[in-house]
Write a protein that binds this ligand. Sequence first.
Ligand code: ADP
Length: 659
Amino acid sequence: MSKKQLRTLISMILVLFILVFAAGCGQKDTENSGSKDTSTTSEITFEPGTYSSTQKGNFGDVPVTVTFSEKEITKIEIGDNQETPDISGPAFDKIMDEIMNGQTLKVDTVSGATNSSNALLTAVEDCVKQAGGDVTALKEKSSEKKAGEPIEKTADIVVIGGGGAGLAAATSAAEDGASVILIEKGVALGGNTIRAGGAFNSYDPDRQKSVEMNDALLNELKGYLDDEPSEYGDFAPTFEVLKTQIKEYLESGNTTVLFDSPELHAIHTYIGGKRTDLNGNEITSDYDLATTLTNNTLATIKWSEEVGVKYSPNINTVLGALWPRTHNVPTGVAYIQPFEAKAVELGTEIMLETKAEELIMKDGKVVGVKGSKTDGTPVTLMANKGVVVATGGFGANPEMRQEYNTYWPEMPLTMKTTNTPDATGDGIVMGEKVGAQLVGMGFIQLMPSSHPESGALSGGVWGSAETQVFVNSDGKRFVNEYAERDVLASAALEQEDQLFYIICDANTAGISPEGKNGWGDDIETLIKNKSIYKADTLEDLALQLGMEKDALVNEIAKYNGYIENKNDPDFGKANFGPKLETGPFYATPRSPSVHHTMGGLAIDTSARVLNAENQPIPGLYAAGEVTGGIHAGNRLGGNAIADILTYGKIAGQSAAAEK
Ligand code: ADP
């Protein structure tokens, strides 16, 4: 081999070596970049087009269509569905934003709208599969939500919580010229208020003009004349006034129109709230707080009407209200929307997904709030005049419920609730840390008639309390349906599976001409998912419910007889609606769930938070379910909205008046 041939051979071996080595390296590189790329979407491709998927939400089908380009999800659309718009709407918006902005499926459900969120997320996932996309990779891809720069702001007043009390406080403070920042930890305003039926108790001579007096109510009034004021504890002065009013009413000779007065409302609040706990401790409503409420409800109605709330002209009795003085709106959203609009119009800044974590104290005064945004951004808000705590109750905090409960023999951690999951008692904990006194914490209201699976109030049909008939699984009545909520819940807990049915006929079911209940739930959907049962006859209804064929026929016939005789020898119901005799008939299965926590921060009639010595903590105000003392052991149905708006307004005014 010549030297030249040898050099050529060596160069060839070298080239071969380089090629093999380079190829080896290349292969390694490809593997590396390949594994790296699966965690990004750069490699995720789709078959461009529009795909559809329908998944089950809370109230039936949620149809979703998703459009893809080769590299991206370009559009998500949600079709007609029966989810509660004011609750699922903000959740849908948030989830769609996160999917689109992050091009990811690593998105959390929104608390308070879990089933709606899951329906949307599962539908999008299904569409990704149909488009040949890599679901696993998209589920691993974080949208990289990073905490932003710390936010620091100052206003005259900082309101914590965007339910009815917080919005009322923000509105009244802004009306009085204060600058206001309202923070809400959820994705939308509303809290428990938006989930409520919206019943509002108030004496109201104009609207009550059309309510007839009946024998049952007249007998109740006459019964008070035999009572001594001393039987009404601190409420004795109010009871004296009430007695005089009743005498005048009876002497007037005109007893065809319903009697009512702020004093009777106060006495009902006292009667409804006077309870003894398991340890033998008696609690009654705070006289000053309760009478401030009942003396101001009518003014609150008028104020809320100026803000834009529209009440129906009809008065009825919401379950557990004890007297026909309940004003009605379609649902709680009828308060949230106008109050939000008014507060914003008056300059209130609303910060959503912003959670208060700590009250800032300076020289013994509350001067601000520390907290954070959902993405972790720290927030410090300084308040020149004061902070209003309106964070609602702790009905969705099972540990806290169990820790404080002294009223119910059992308060299982698993008990469902009508509440937003955000009702975790934050304001009570924050208040306690700065020395606030807590009152009435052991008393927790169970809503007797909640959805057995979701625990929610919605998803059923019924009308005013007079018209409701409760039967157990044997088709037997078991309680006076016009009683207070704790009496009803206690009786319901005694029934098999803690389950009962509210029976209505065509006249008492309260179904709108559009086929919806008060919450806007579609009746046909409720029938499909067995939230309600409907039949042309009571026999058929009984069969659908698995009862003896004649069980309901006999029980309702007996009950109709009681209506005729105005006497219920079984349970002492005195105030009845019409007979149940017009088909179709409806049965709504119900079971008690946690509804309202009566205890909370001690306040005075100016909504100032009190310390252990009953002295106001400077700069700290509270209103709504976060407070205690007004409702004592059992809140009347229809007194919550009255309370949160009345005291919300007072809290805003008091804070705005601070120097
Ligand atoms: P109320 O009937 O007393 O107004 P709601 O339950 O309607 O009570 O409203 C309370 C609101 O406060 C809810 O929207 C809830 O999400 C909000 N909230 C609770 N805790 C906090 C917190 N730590 N920071 C901000 N908002 C909160």
